[in-house]
Design a protein around this ligand. Structure first.
Ligand code: GDP
Length: 531
């Protein structure tokens, strides 16, 4: 088993793509699957909308909006690698979900639109990856259109994100003149040909050494001259590539291509999979846990209810950190303090959900969840241990939830509870006598719409949301804290979380600051204190 474990760990790559909406993440994902042999015909992006249910998107709401609301996990095999691609939602209001997904990734691919460069959402997500210190690869997309100069983009990465980049390959031409990419390590030009393909199958590709005579038959004199000039510039003025700088996220290996036409997808995938790290160790309350530790351990980073409306199921997504998961096994659930059976595991092979027999570090498995999991929960074979670092976020928008139909109040409450366990919303109880309606808090305001939609469609409960003027929630701890003394002052209100811990909601920075100044003996925490 040890040999097998080492081998399985070494061949795994678990990563996420981060980007601003419209940079081409859906398209690139489809193309990676195409090259991974997971789908035979990567649908053109036009067809994508119609086929959305077939890939990572499933909710009607997102079909309507054309945004991807939830993350899912896609696994495919490429060469000898078992690749897990964690799909993250693109819309900024769902960034919380994205952040949690990044906690389960070992590296990230930052996808950039060549014409737009670094965009706001790229920046935010980049920061999270930086904090985790994971390697960040850059794919500059849409080279089939005129965009910014590659050197200009490298400069922007440094100015805006503070990261140096190392072009692993270099584009030859741009827009309709985009011919191929030059592999700096191998000194080979990959020339693409668009004939007979509209990006639906792998692109015809010819690899020619830049030092051969043949290259003159492939590129024009002007193209060759420009390429030699660019490379000289990079060799002299650019960074030196080292594995250490890449591994620690100091230097971003950069690639160029066009996901739509498949140009540059394979050259990227080949080098990326060589450089991207295999599953790494993770911090726990008892020191780092190595993936090659023979005892199984994993953590829940996402919970999703009603993925299949016909079945009313709830899935907890768990990232395997160490050892081997075997079907039917039990593990110790630290938060509950008991052994639980990990039931009905499934994995998400490209389009379908398939039952699995085993899983290895780096893999993500979907566990059937009868309501026993929460985000951040650790499950470990035989030991009580907890993983650290699945981020929780403090809500910034609040509303009172009222049931529009008093007879469906129970359904509403059940739905609210389940969605809060999923991490879609946080629920608070009002402390004032007679105020029974719960308050929900969300990180992005669009989550209110998701809440309303899902309560109605999945639980049959129509609700009204009355927005509250608060923007901060703080758990208050300290000697002699009297929740009542904070209540009802117009710019703040005391509530209770689902564990019965008191919090104060504040209208704005000023109201929070005022309370902090007035009560130096109290702590105002943006994360729930440990019970
Ligand atoms: P996402 O929002 O990041 O998932 O982006 P999509 O994959 O949905 O792509 C957004 C738009 O960009 C679509 O209209 C795509 O057709 C287009 N697109 C994606 N990749 C490319 C590319 O390589 N070249 C060009 N010209 N368009 C692209």
């Amino acid at each position: 088993m040890t040999n097998e474990l080492h081998r399985e760990v070494a061949r795994r790559r678990t990563f996420a793509i981060i980007s601003h909406p419209d940079a081409g993440k859906t398209t690139l994902t489809e193309k990676l699957l195409l090259y991974g042999g997971a789908i035979h015909l990567a649908g053109s992006v036009k067809a994508k909308r119609a086929r959305r249910h077939a890939t990572s998107d499933w909710m009607e709401l997102e079909k309507e909006r054309g945004i991807s609301v939830t993350s899912s996990v896609l696994q495919f095999v490429y060469r000898d690698h078992a690749v897990n691609l964690l799909d993250t939602p693109g819309h900024q209001d769902f960034s919380e979900d994205t952040y949690r997904t990044l906690a389960a990734a070992d590296s990230a691919v930052m996808l950039i639109d060549a014409a737009k460069g670094v965009e706001p959402q790229t920046k935010k997500l980049f920061k999270v990856c930086r904090m985790r210190g994971i390697p960040i690869f850059t794919f500059v997309n849409k080279l089939d259109r005129y965009g910014r100069e590659p050197l200009d983009l490298m400069d922007e990465l440094e100015q805006v994100l503070g990261i140096r980049s190392y072009p692993m390959n270099w584009p030859i031409g741009m827009g309709p003149d985009f011919r191929g990419v030059y592999d700096r390590q191998k000194r080979v030009v990959h020339v693409f040909s668009a004939e007979g393909s509209h990006g639906e199958s792998e692109v015809a590709e010819r690899s020619v050494s830049i030092d051969s005579d043949e290259i003159k038959t492939v590129l024009t004199e002007a193209e060759l001259e420009k390429l030699h000039g660019d490379i000289e510039l990079l060799d002299i003025g650019g960074d030196e590539f080292t594995r250490e700088k890449c591994d620690s996220g100091q230097l971003s290996p950069m690639f160029f291509g066009s996901a739509m036409t498949n140009f540059g997808v394979r050259p990227f995938l080949d080098v990326f999979l060589d450089l991207a790290p295999a599953p790494t160790s993770r911090p726990t309350t008892k020191g780092p846990r190595e993936p090659t530790d023979p005892k199984f351990a994993g953590f829940v980073f996402k919970i999703q209810a009603n993925m299949d409306p016909a079945h009313r199921d709830r899935i907890a997504f768990m990232r395997v950190v160490s050892g081997r998961y075997v079907k039917g096994m039990s593990a110790f659930h630290s938060r509950l303090g008991k052994e639980v059976r990990l039931a009905k595991p499934s994995q998400f092979m490209a389009a379908e959900r398939t039952a699995i027999e085993d899983a290895w570090p780096g893999d993500v498995i979907g566990l059937f969840d009868p309501g026993q999991y929460r985000i951040g929960d650790t499950l470990a074979e035989g030991t009580e241990v907890e993983f650290e670092g699945v981020p929780r976020f403090s809500p910034e928008h609040f509303a009172v939830v009222r049931s529009k139909d008093p007879l469906r109040r129970k359904q509403m409450e059940k739905g609210l509870e389940q969605l809060s366990e999923e991490g879609t919303v946080q629920i608070f109880q009002q402390l004032h006598m007679g105020m029974k309606d719960p308050i929900v808090g969300v990180v992005g305001a669009l989550q209110f719409e998701v809440l309303q939609y899902r309560l109605e469609h999945e639980y049959g409960a129509k609700i009204a949301l009355d927005r509250l003027p608060f923007s901060h929630a703080r758990w208050v701890v300290g000697p002699n804290f009297d929740p009542k003394s904070f209540d009802w002052e117009g710019n703040r209100q005391t509530v209770q979380d689902r564990d019965g811990l008191p919090l104060v909601l504040f209208r704005d920075d000023w109201a929070l600051q005022h309370a902090e100044d007035k009560h130096p003996e109290l702590k105002f925490l943006s994360e729930a204190p440990m019970l």
